[in-house]
Design a protein. Sequence first.
Length: 209
Amino acid sequence: MTKTLLKTETRILLTGVRWETYQGLALDLAENPSKKLTYDQGILEIMTPLPEHEINKGFLGRLVQTTTEVLGLEILSLCSTTLSREDLRKGIEPDECYYITNEVLIRGKINFDFNVDPAPDLAIEIDITSSSLNRLSIYEALGIGEIWRFDGQELFIYCLKEGGYEEQEFSKVLPILSKSLILRFLKRRGEMGENALVNEFRQWLRNNS
């Protein structure tokens, strides 16, 4: 096993990691939100989120939840639950993930088997320092329908099509939301209190739905 330190105290990359080792670490760290694991066929990345990372993921999550509330849509949040499949030797912990379109199919479930259960409809990725792994390829293999990726400056919406992800201007799962609208509220987050900004976002939704 070799080790490379990336972005001091932020990301550690391990190679030659067995699936069983990854699963054991995922279980051991399940209650430790300060460590996030990504696994891709023997390569394990351990990431320690920075405050900027956590603030942005929390705010984007509030926008998703507020949108579903205003539009009267049901939602189930799995937060950063590990999404993994042994047959693919891939696993990832999104910053946030949600069932919206497929919420009714998993309503009431506590334990998930992603070989059988549908994948979440939407995942949020905050990628301030840039992962060393191709996280989109992992999400694609797991069948996540839509990814919102924010790099600290720009927001990207990726929708899964035949042949891979395609960048889109509008969300597929929440079509009222464009990347320009989401980014506009993201960039205004420091101008006022978060609750006030979310209330303004809620009013925009009511006026445009």
